[in-house]
Design a protein around this ligand. Sequence first.
Ligand SMILES: C[S@@+](CC[C@H](N)C(=O)[O-])C[C@H]1O[C@@H](n2cnc3c(N)ncnc32)[C@H](O)[C@@H]1O
Length: 207
Amino acid sequence: MIATDEFWNRIARKYAANPIKDIAGYNRTIERTRSYLSGGDHVLEVGCGSGSTALLLATDVARITASDISSEMIAIGQEKAAAQGTSNVDFVCATPFDDAFPEAPYDAVLAFNFLHLTPDVTATLRRLAQLLRPGGLLISKTANIGGLRRFALQPLIGVMQLFGKAPSGLSFFTPKQLETMMRNSGFEIVASEFHGDSRPFIVARKK
Ligand SMILES: C[S@@+](CC[C@H](N)C(=O)[O-])C[C@H]1O[C@@H](n2cnc3c(N)ncnc32)[C@H](O)[C@@H]1O
């Protein structure tokens, strides 16, 4: 199995070039995310990929730190920020556990298509809570690969991992299990909804 950063570095350019599959669902997620952000907010995005979402939301907030484990994703994000003249997004190559966030605590943390990629989701959620101010929001959208889907997907993903076609360290949980993990990690659920597919969009407030 290959390391997580190596996997994402290898596919970064292709991932960034792929069009969004469900643009209506994505737009709804952006619209709902915007409704929870304010102009003065300092925001952290974890697993930002090539930075499209951070660059889209940059005009809605004061500053965004867009972080990702993949240096190649971060390089693409920096190229896009320079091309569009955005200066309030700081791209950082880091995992949430790295000592790379001197601006913490943040008003909001964004985690889109990310939490299922972490091997210990509760530890990740607790770390994200540490990076938020009390009352700060975790705004997330997460692949739904738990429950019955897990039985179909896990063997397939296992084979793909062996051939370097899927990232390692995936976690399998349902939307309800994710909400429970959030509650157990110091959050209360503010909103839980679906935007066109099975991935839950969950907004959780740090108590
Ligand atoms: C599926 S992509 C999602 C990118 C973007 N958030 C989006 O919604 O398009 C997952 C991203 O998480 C990053 N990632 C995976 N594991 C990570 C970790 N432990 N810490 C930080 N980033 C990670 C990958 O490099 C990749 O860019």
